[in-house]
Ligand binder design. Sequence first.
Ligand SMILES: [Zn+2]
Ligand SMILES: [Zn+2]
Length: 387
Amino acid sequence: MTLPANVKTSPDYPVPEKMKAWVLGDPGELTLADKPVPVPAKAEVLVRIDAVAICATDLEIIHHGPPAQIHGGDPFNKNFTPGHEYMGTVVALGPGVDEYEIGERVTVEIHAGCGQCKRCRQGMYTSCHNYGKNYGDVDKGHRANGFTTDGGFAEYAVNNINTLVHVDDSMSDEEATLVVTAGTAMYGLTELGGLVAGESVVVTGPGPIGLMGAAVAKALGAQPVILTGTRDNRLEIGKQLGADHVINVRNEDVVEKVRELTGGKGVDYVVECAGAPNGVNEAAQMVNRGGKICLAAFPHNSPEVDVAYLVRNNIYLYGIRGEGKAATHRAEAFMRQKRFDSTLIHTHTFEMTDLEEALRYAKDRVEDAIKVVVKNKHAQAGKVAAE
Ligand SMILES: [Zn+2]
Ligand SMILES: [Zn+2]
């Protein structure tokens, strides 16, 4: 492909003119289309996408729109490609980029932000004040893969260097797609003030973020780590990932059980990943006086919260969005050291061309699916060539 002279490529990784990319039409409608391969600008690289994990938020975007925002509105019929939990290989370097090499395996975090607002400058790029402003005369250059700019259900994507995380050779492509999930859990625990070894944690909801929350909390030295949920098979995986106790909320009174496990006081932190209707009130009952609650799920309703209870007990409430403050790098460090086995939550792999079937597995939890990954064929071909 003819690229600007200041964009570096290598004959080992030829970059084509066009690529296959899934494009969102009407709600729920995806088609595989041809798109031009994007060109990396300053501080950007071109990533050949090798594997993408499907997230509940992808399903939300594909069927309902938000939190994706394209040209200031919903993402439908705008030639938009969703998908945000991807990893791949660097195949072209934008002008001046020397932080990464061609051929390097990377996984990417979602939000680059705009890089110039107050929150981006503080490392809180997931709370960028210019979210979605990357078009027309309001162009602040905001980027969030698969949310405000094209994402990973394609063969290639450009990424800001600040969103890249080097992937160790010991990690499979599938495992590398989970770094951002573990990074979200890590960001939650960081925002609570940073867990100190020996502090106690409840994680509610054994979805991918909740399961990684239990794993990361344990890796940080939490004691005990208590995971709550409704599905025994997922709670069992939580135990393997580091939870000291699991509580099936269908069989036991969760608040009573947490208090019993903590000498009647409750835990220091609750990470709410269930988005349950009464989640905040229950979390308040599980945390001790002066404790902290992190809200990491998107509930569908607007539940009533007992604010007076929070005030009387000096309970802190934090909301987090995604994976800020370079938390993915800290998560990757734990994964590289094999401090927990994130592959336990990867259950299915499909080819990129079978994306619709992969989405169905994720949506309907077919065969107890947790994390479903789609892979591009070129990833496999590249591996054979290298061997
Ligand atoms: Zn996600
Ligand atoms: Zn910003």
